[in-house]
Design a binder for this molecule. Structure first.
Ligand code: C2E
Ligand code: MG
Ligand code: MG
Length: 700
């Protein structure tokens, strides 16, 4: 506030001259005597204080001073008069006549007589209230800003033109062990200990700083001395000084640790198996692709091991799900224990695990790992107080020898695993191209068929049967369709024999039965007339002791009227064990269903034998129809079948009718119904509804 200068004696002027100049000055000037009384005041000062000259001349300086600033000049004025100093400057407040305060900048010197005796003080008074106000406003805004920084969880920082922190304020959210203020001042962000970038490196962010660009939501993390990790999100903008030169950056840093942790948790849940904590299929796929990339770049080998527990279902069924879960968890732990930390163990679902062995030298090393896994799995474990023992089957495929992409690696390991199962379980097998493709395909087929139901890969198509007499649609046959995620669309001929062989046809057939019934009911709900639906039964289903229960359940649960359901069986099925067949077919008939013999003519039965069975319909195999009307023998056989069928009061249906001529021939020989591409291929349920509406506008 105060400054003094030691200048020389003021030059002597005539009193009048000087007063004239003073009066005109655009700055307040006063002469004050030793007692502080105004001897003279110029116009500017009078205006500033709001007094007339007359009023002012009777007053003292103290009378026009702000109460708090009354005595601030006392001491310096004494020193001034004593000649210790020549002048001084200070800022103080005056009080105007109207009682308001005004800040002034004051410069006081002493006018002296010829012998140096003090005559009076000369005060130069400048109104500085505007500057003071601006300063005040600035101070207040700084205070506000500071309290904001204090309140918020952000840090406020500034950096110099060399990107070194010069300021780092705010509470932030450290637990007090970390003092950012001390740790960062004078350092560049990339020089801070413990700082790790979320993105790859500092190159890009540094380039951005060098270009003096603003940035938002730049994230990095750091570890404090205690090793605790924090995540920061930073916003910054360049600062330029008046002439426009770059002066550094300022911005805020926010602790986003909690958000990051939440994100990580979500990420974790999406990529890990809830039961075992192992990576799940999604994550394994990512890791496998990463491994593929690295292995390709550095020409490395790695192995994928498919591991399937052998008796898991038995344990799950006999001891319960809880026991099953414990077993899976224990298996996961064991797998992790026997493998290197760089190897990856994941759970694909159910009792399927998969291992990625990184950087392997050769098959022997993989075999050793597989043996270790087998012996780790087989060790007895205590579950619900019982000692259990499971074994595993392992299939191995290697990169790049066996496959070069994710899908093939997984598929081949899966196939090899199936081979291990076939080899009697509790062993491992390498995938090999030497294996007969046919059996490999069968393995792949079987593997995928096993999962097809739960993966919802089956659907039903419907093929109309046309009444040759009336031209109306007499019924419809449900035909199974399978679109496999891995193998694509497959025709029944490609998978039904295998489903039959493996027994998978039983659950699949149950699904078909229920789906067809549900469809029949759905069509009726859509306003279609009741439609008889035929469903094919396989020998294995026919032998299944639960068949009757399954049929009853399908009818009951869907609300399908039994008389609308027809089951198609083949000759072989009934000829094999006629007594049982008669009993079973009779029971089915008693439930109200209809029965058909499918593909008739291809078996060894004669119609006379079939008389014993309670059948309603005879379907003449496509092979007899195909060469009609060209082939005389086929014509004769078909004619005979139709005639004999009719004599037994059976409905005769010709299969595989593809041409106009075939249809004409069949109609001529009074065949009841026909089915074939000529009228309609098997089509999706919606299309069938369309067909029925178009074909019979009144009935639909
Ligand atoms: P299928 O029961 O004799 O069914 C008739 C087959 O002949 C169907 O083949 C059908 O698409 C085909 N077809 C119909 N009209 C013509 C035609 O004009 N020309 C030719 N070339 N073919 C025609 P799809 O659907 O491939 O089924 C083949 C067999 O698979 C069926 O023969 C049946 O035995 C079995 N199948 C189909 N679905 C099921 C099912 O849900 N369960 C069981 N157990 N077997 C089924
Ligand atoms: Mg059929
Ligand atoms: Mg048939």
């Amino acid at each position: 506030m105060e400054s003094t200068t030691r200048t020389g004696q003021r030059p002597c002027e005539s009193e009048e001259q000087s007063l004239g100049t003073i009066e005109l000055a655009a700055i307040g000037i006063a002469h004050v005597d030793a007692a502080g009384r105004f001897l003279h005041a110029n116009r500017c000062l009078c205006e500033l204080l709001g007094y007339s000259r007359e009023e002012l001349l009777g007053m003292t300086v103290k009378q026009v001073s702000h109460p708090q600033d009354k005595n601030v000049t006392d001491e310096v004025r004494a020193r001034l008069r004593a000649g210790v100093i020549d002048s001084f400057q200070m800022e103080k407040r005056y009080l105007r006549k109207d009682g308001t305060a005004v800040w002034v900048g004051l410069t006081i010197s002493v006018a002296r007589g010829p012998s140096g005796e003090p005559l009076h003080d000369v005060a130069v008074v400048q109104d500085i209230s505007a500057r003071k106000q601006a300063e005040d406003a600035l101070r207040r805004s700084e205070e506000r800003f500071r309290s904001l920084v204090e309140l918020s969880s952000d840090w406020y920082w500034e950096k110099d033109a060399e990107f070194r922190f010069t300021k780092f304020d705010g509470k932030g959210v450290t637990d007090g062990r970390y003092d950012p203020q001390r740790a960062v001042i004078g350092k560049r962000p990339w020089e801070l200990p413990g700082v790790v970038l979320e993105s790859a490196d500092w190159q890009q962010p540094r380039a951005r700083l060098l270009r003096h660009e603003p940035f938002r939501d730049f994230e990095y993390s750091y570890r404090d001395q205690a090793g605790k990790q924090y995540h920061l999100s930073v916003n910054g903008e360049p600062v330029f000084d008046e002439p426009g030169t770059f002066a550094g950056y300022r911005g805020t840093s926010r602790d986003v640790t909690a958000r990051k942790q939440a994100e990580e948790r979500i990420q974790y849940l999406a990529t890990h198996d809830g039961l075992t904590g192992l990576p799940n299929r999604t994550m394994f796929s990512q890791l496998l692709n990463l491994a593929l990339e690295t292995a390709r770049r550095y020409r490395r080998k790695f192995a994928v091991l498919f591991i399937d527990l052998d008796r898991f279902k038995v344990i799950n069924d006999s001891l319960g799900h809880e026991a099953g879960d414990t077993l899976l968890q224990e298996t996961a732990t064991r797998l992790k224990k026997v493998l290197r930390s760089s190897d990856i163990v994941a759970r694909l679902g159910g009792d399927e695990f998969v291992v990625l062995l990184q950087e392997v030298k050769g098959a022997e090393q993989v075999a050793a790992a597989a043996r270790k896994i087998l012996s780790a799995v087989i060790k007895p474990m205590q579950i619900l107080g019982q000692e259990c023992r499971v074994t595993a089957s392992i299939g191995v495929s290697m990169f790049p020898a066996d496959a070069a992409d994710e899908q093939s690696l997984m598929k081949n390991a899966d196939i090899a695993m199936y081979l291990a199962k076939e080899e009697g379980k509790n062993n491992f097998q390498f995938y090999s191209k030497g294996l007969k493709t046919q059996s490999l395909e069968k393995l792949a087929l079987e593997t995928n068929l096993r999962r097809a139901l739960e993966r919802n890969e089956f659907s039903l198509h419907y093929q109309a049967k046309l009444d040759l007499g009336s031209g109306a649609i007499a019924g419809v046959e449900a035909l199974l369709r399978w679109t496999s995620r891995e193998l694509g669309a497959l025709a029944p001929a490609q998978f039904i024999p295998l489903a039959e062989e493996t027994g998978l046809i039983v659950p699949i057939g149950r699904w078909v039965l229920r789906t067809a019934c549900a469809q029949g009911v759905a069509w009726q709900r859509q306003g279609l007339r009741p439609m008889r639906i035929a469903v094919n039964l396989s020998p294995r289903q026919f032998a299944d002791p639960d068949l009757l229960t399954d049929i009853a359940a399908a009818l009951r649960e869907t609300g399908m009227p039994p008389e609308l359901l027809e089951l198609e069986i083949t000759e072989g099925m009934v000829m094999h064990n006629p007594e049982r067949a008669i009993a079973l077919l009779t029971a089915i008939k008693q439930m109200g269903l209809r029965l058909a013999i499918d593909d008739f003519g291809t078996g060894y039965s004669s119609l006379a034998q079939l008389k014993r069975f309670p059948i309603d319909t005879l379907k003449v195999d496509r092979s007899f129809i195909r060469e009609i009307p060209k082939d005389a023998e086929d014509r004769a056989i078909t004619e005979a079948i139709i005639a004999m069928g009719k004599s037994l009061s059976l409905t005769v249906v010709a299969e595989g009718v593809e041409t106009e001529e075939q249809q004409a021939f069949l109609r001529e020989h009074a065949c009841d119904q026909m089915q074939g591409y000529y009228f309609s291929k098997p089509i999706a349920p919606g299309e069938f509804a369309e067909l029925l509406r178009k074909h019979e506008p009144l009935a639909a």
